[in-house]
Design a protein around this ligand. Structure first.
Ligand SMILES: NC(=O)c1ccc[n+]([C@@H]2O[C@H](COP(=O)([O-])OP(=O)(O)OC[C@H]3O[C@@H](n4cnc5c(N)ncnc54)[C@H](OP(=O)(O)O)[C@@H]3O)[C@@H](O)[C@H]2O)c1
Length: 333
């Protein structure tokens, strides 16, 4: 993975592909919020706010967006495409990463499903197609063969996986390599409050194989912004599915969030920006992140992490305070 820069914003290669992305992209599960099962987690974002969030991300130099079929059964994909159109983005300007859910269907369905992904994302193409999670009806070989077929037909530019443990990631890489195609990425949960990639073999495999790690929930669903520590009442108007998870983590993250606030004040930014900057720099170029936003101000802030470099002392302090999150923490601690 090498680094280049466009208009001052650094870009990194996505795995061993030719695609270049900014360290910070935009996660868009939030765009499916407010209806269906997604409303259990996300409160919903108006069309106007959606357009503004996407326009702000683009204007701030972000060149890639993460979505999935599973986010509102195409709703996030469709709203993202509409917002990109409203902002006047061309297909060459952006990379859209979407996902195929391997449940209740086999790898054979991928070739028909890609037409549906293209329809939802129209007029944009599928830049990166990811297998959403590792539990599947088909073998890894069958899934990778199907992905390779889509690359060969020019249906997608690159392929990746999500939530794959290290041994399965290595198998996926090997099957794609046999077809001469790089495994571009593995999208997993990583943040200052979840550093399991360091102990479960995923980071080691990514570095060895040249696979980019895309960090989902890089702000731990908002916990690392410090807003829920400052005003725990905010949790009351967050959907139950997220409220329960966040409540558990409030105490255990307090000391770390205090440090984020201090470092943020010293750098004239917000704790969220500090947390994101740490994440996309601590592991060299291997980890990139897709913070989600339900407000324009959030997207506006988060993209500034593309350019913030913390001092070695600040990086080290956050490393130390979060080192216990390298392993699973028992409930209630
Ligand atoms: N592959 C997978 O299995 C998987 C799983 C989950 C997510 N994802 C992807 O990862 C993306 C990001 O993960 P996530 O949305 O779960 O978590 P996240 O990015 O850690 O948190 C996003 C939430 O944090 C709050 N926030 C963000 N920036 C903020 C700021 N600057 N100031 C204050 N609050 C801020 C907002 O909460 P409020 O809306 O409450 O204000 C926002 O909705 C998703 O959109 C999706 O694309 C993938």
């Amino acid at each position: 993975m090498s680094v280049s820069s466009v208009d001052g914003i650094p870009r990194r290669r996505l795995g061993r592909t030719e695609i270049e992305i900014t360290p910070i992209g935009l996660g868009t599960w939030q765009l499916a919020g407010g209806s269906g099962l997604d409303k259990l987690v996300w409160q919903g974002v108006s069309d106007q706010e959606t357009n503004e969030i996407v326009r702000t991300a683009l204007a701030g130099g972000i060149n890639w967006f993460d979505t999935a079929e599973a986010y509102g059964m195409g709703r996030s994909e469709r709203r993202l495409a509409l917002a990109l159109r409203a902002a006047g983005a061309s297909d060459e300007d952006v990379l859209i990463a979407t996902k195929w859910m391997p449940l209740m269907r086999t790898a054979g369905s991928l070739s028909a499903n890609i037409e549906h992904r293209k329809e939802c994302l129209s007029p944009y193409s599928v830049g990166l197609l990811q297998i959403h999670q590792p539990i599947a009806l088909s073998t890894i070989k069958a899934q990778m063969e199907a992905l390779a077929g889509l690359v060969d037909q020019g249906m997608v530019r690159a392929v990746g996986i999500s939530n794959f443990p290290a041994p399965m990631m290595r198998r996926a890489h090997a099957w794609l390599s046999a077809r001469g195609i790089p495994l571009a990425s593995n999208q997993v949960k990583v943040s200052l409050l979840n550093r399991h990639i360091e102990t479960n073999g995923v980071l080691k495999a990514a570095k060895e194989l040249g696979v980019t790690i895309i960090a989902w929930s890089p702000l731990d669903m908002g916990m690392l912004t410090g807003k829920f520590h400052q005003d725990p009442d905010l949790l009351k108007n967050r959907p139950a599915g997220r409220r329960v998870v966040l409540r558990v983590r409030l105490e255990r993250s307090r000391e770390l969030v205090r440090a984020l606030e201090e470092i943020a004040a010293a750098n004239g930014v917000t704790p969220a920006v500090v947390a994101l900057s740490w994440l996309v720099n601590f592991y060299g170029e291997t980890v990139v992140a897709i913070p989600g936003a339900s407000k324009v101000s959030q997207a506006e802030q988060n993209l500034t992490a593309n350019e913030l470099r913390l001092s070695p002392r600040e990086m080290g302090r956050l490393d130390e305070l979060s080192s216990r999150f390298r392993r699973l923490i028992p409930r209630g601690r």
